[in-house]
Design a protein around this ligand. Structure first.
Ligand SMILES: [Zn+2]
Length: 458
């Protein structure tokens, strides 16, 4: 992720790049990311603009994980890509198709009292926006669609590994030759199959001929607004990285069709996808006064954390969030509950943003939320009015004492207090009287990185 942010800085002059400056209004609101740019000689309206939607059904992690990577690990030129990675976020964290019924059957009509009402209306508005030229709706489908019956897993009733259109063409609009585009995309994906039996096919639902179910879908709604739309289905018969692999191959083929140039910072292989999905993931709370590193987080309860009521979450992936239930906080990454912790609801003190910290002999200025890396020890330089609690360390003068001004070594920590499974990451919490000020996460490492203080969400 670090590399990505550097890249963004370099191209920010012209390109809209991923950044998560905004705290979510509600931890389960869907995210809208707009990336891309146009060259000096053109306008935003004159370049292609694709809307990609993931997570309309909560139990299809291939689609929403692919969309999340698209929003965080890609850059685009000569066009725009708007990404909604987590449309049905409530169902994603609950790992079901639709907590309030199938959202993809609510686009013809929806009751105002339906809990999905706001999400459906918001996405319909985006579909209608004049600058959007083409819409892709990502799904994970069962088995393998095949126009002829091959076997139980591979036949016309299956959906997996297909590109879906509602009709062969939609006259007089750009990208209206749905069938032709779909067949070219299918051919491109078929050059990259993981296994021989995984062939993609084009599936035409011929919705206008009376498919009552498809008439309620997002793609049919889009066509009704004059917007070409495709469904993309990856097979549920492979694991999440495999599904993401197929989704991204298909989506990149659509970008090529549209003439949108793109680059990504990982290799499109199962290994590359696994790494992009599972490394450098961080979730911040309380304006980043606490940032949790999640790559190796313990799945069991990781302790008691001070938290203010309006805790505001912000992660570096749009499918990360945290939900408080009474005195417990649950941390989610897509369909997975990563960890949980107890919460002590406290007032927050915002009188201090950073502290001077000595790490292995050198002094650094670190903002709350920063990761600190040490080979040997860390010492928070004492500051009048503030108190350090190194969680799980046996140093200083008891649990309520101030542990600033003391060198804290890895051996001082009891491993059961570590955040990570390996036992290298610990919390340094700072308080101002009874109020909570902020946390540094300390990482004991074999070799000190070039910069031992790192702000992961900037
Ligand atoms: Zn689906």
């Amino acid at each position: 992720m670090k590399k990505l942010f550097l890249l963004c800085l370099m191209v920010a002059v012209c390109c809209l790049s991923f950044s998560y400056k905004k705290v979510l209004a509600h931890p389960l609101d869907f995210t809208v990311l707009q990336l891309g740019c146009h060259s000096a000689g053109s306008t935003m309206e004159s370049v292609p603009h694709i809307l990609v939607i993931g997570g309309i059904q909560g139990d299809e992690p291939g689609g929403f994980s692919a969309a999340a990577l698209l929003g965080t690990h890609y850059e685009f030129k000569n066009g725009y890509v708007t990404i909604i990675p987590n449309l049905n976020f409530f169902s994603i964290v609950n790992r079901n198709r639709g907590s309030f019924g199938d959202m993809n059957r609510k686009f013809a009509k929806i009751s105002r009292n339906d809990p999905d009402y706001r999400a459906v209306r918001r996405v319909q508005e985006l579909i209608r926006s004049p600058e959007v030229d083409l819409i892709l709706n990502l799904h994970d489908g069962s088995g393998f669609y095949s126009p002829i019956y091959v076997n139980e897993m591979q036949n016309p009733k299956r959906w997996g590994n297909s590109v879906i259109i509602d009709q062969e063409e939609f006259k007089d609009i750009p990208f209206g030759n749905l069938g032709e585009i779909g067949r070219r995309v299918v051919a491109k994906v078929n050059e990259n199959l993981l296994e021989k039996g995984h062939s993609y096919h084009l599936k035409n639902t011929e919705t206008a001929k009376g498919d009552k179910e498809m008439e309620k879908s997002l793609t049919w709604f889009a066509l009704g607004q004059g917007k070409p739309a495709f469904g993309i289905e990856a097979t549920k018969n492979v694991n999440t990285p495999g599904r993401v692999y197929y989704h991204l191959h298909a989506i990149e083929a659509f970008f090529e069709e549209a003439g949108i140039e793109f680059s990504r910072d990982f290799s499109l292989t199962i290994e590359g996808i696994g790494e992009a999905l599972n490394t450098d993931i961080y979730l911040g709370f309380m304006d980043d006064r606490l940032i949790l590193p999640l790559d190796d987080i313990k799945t069991s309860q990781i302790g008691v954390f001070p938290m203010r009521k309006n805790y505001g979450v912000k992660g570096n992936s749009p499918i990360l969030t945290a939900l408080a239930e009474k005195n417990m906080m649950q941390v989610y990454y897509g369909n997975n509950r990563l960890t949980n912790f107890k919460v002590e609801w406290l007032e927050c003190d915002t009188s201090l943003e950073s502290m001077e910290i000595e790490i292995d002999g050198n002094v650094y200025d670190a903002k709350f939320g920063d990761m600190l890396f040490a080979e040997e020890y860390v010492k928070i330089l004492p500051q009048k009015g503030y108190r350090l609690n190194a969680i799980g360390a046996v140093v200083g003068n008891g649990p309520r004492g101030d542990e600033s001004g003391i060198k804290i070594y890895k051996k001082d920590f009891q491993k059961r207090f570590s955040l990570d499974k390996k036992g290298n990451q610990y919390r340094l919490e700072v308080y101002c009287g009874a109020k909570y000020t902020g946390t540094f996460v300390l990482n004991y490492v074999q070799e000190l990185p070039e910069n031992p203080v790192y702000s992961p969400l900037e």
